[in-house]
Design a protein around this ligand. Structure first.
Ligand SMILES: [Zn+2]
Length: 86
């Protein structure tokens, strides 16, 4: 299994564990959780995707995937904090 596949798998697992927490949306394109505004994919002009996907619609590299993993960990912490506050 190459590094990209491994990272994608890790991202999917982490995302599944945080979806359902407040403020998290799931991007159908990269299967990662994100917060804030969604964007419309230029592929079909209707699918809502995350801002990173919008920017990198045609390009996913290992560096971006590693960054995504870090972002998911950050989002998880934020979401848990938000839950505790309520
Ligand atoms: Zn995305």
């Amino acid at each position: 299994m190459d590094k990209t596949t491994t990272l994608k798998k890790q991202i999917k697992q982490k995302t599944e564990s945080i979806v359902g927490l407040p403020m998290i949306r799931l991007c159908p394109r990269c299967h990662k959780g994100y917060m804030g505004y969604s964007d419309i994919s230029k592929r079909d002009n209707k699918t809502e995707i995350c801002p990173s996907c919008k920017q990198e619609e045609d390009f996913i590299d290992v560096e971006m995937l590693e960054k995504t993993l870090l972002e998911i960990q950050f989002l998880t912490i934020l979401a848990i904090n938000e839950k505790i506050k309520r």
